[in-house]
Design a protein around this ligand. Structure first.
Ligand code: GDP
Length: 171
């Protein structure tokens, strides 16, 4: 039979940015959790994309320096980085988080795609995805394909567009 390609996707971003909500929306509806528990450690979820590839998503919590994180960075083939576009105060912290990731020794020379979700676009105070991209200095990422999508994870808007980009770039 045809072997479906499995891709390890890491879902990263500050707490409260919307990672759990996004992963939950991307999962098949029958697997969706009723109550979303905020991430403390990490969780592994699998969801199917429109083209039926199985995508295990590793959501990593704040404990970045441990061996487990190292292992997932090594095995990750794509990254989804979620930003709360309405959290202007912590935009600089999100940038530090991203820089730590990009400068990670196991990440530095890997040409893996990074999909950014400028999430919580529905909120009045949300910055545009262009503004988020400027604040995070995404134009400095030259050795990896990246893409930023505005999203509203509560309604599920923008998520499919992002996943389609990821799928296309992984093929
Ligand atoms: P995590 O800590 O990154 O996993 O974030 P969660 O997925 O738990 O989301 C944190 C909070 O933000 C929850 O109350 C979500 O309902 C809310 N949230 C997530 N995405 C959106 C969004 O696009 N818009 C709005 N308004 N709220 C969101």
């Amino acid at each position: 039979g045809i072997k479906k390609k499995e891709v390890n996707v890491l879902c990263l971003g500050l707490d409260n940015s919307g990672k759990t909500t996004i992963i939950n929306k991307l999962k098949p509806s029958n697997a969706r959790a009723q109550d979303i528990v905020p991430t403390i450690g990490f969780s592994v979820e699998k969801f199917r994309t429109s083209r039926s590839s199985v995508v295990p998503v590793y959501q990593l919590g704040p404990n970045r320096c441990n061996k487990l994180f190292q292992k997932y960075i090594v095995e990750g083939q794509a990254i989804i980085f979620v930003i709360d576009s309405s959290d202007k105060l912590r935009m600089v912290v999100a940038k530090e988080e991203l820089d730590t990731l990009l400068n990670h020794p196991d990440m530095k020379h890997k040409r893996i795609p990074i999909l950014f979700f400028a999430n919580k676009m529905d909120l009045k105070e949300a910055l545009s995805s262009v503004k988020v991209s400027q604040l995070l200095r995404l134009e400095n990422i030259k050795d990896k394909p990246w893409h930023i999508c505005p999203s509203d994870a509560l309604k599920g808007e923008g998520l499919q567009e992002g996943v389609d980009w990821l799928q296309a770039v992984l093929e």
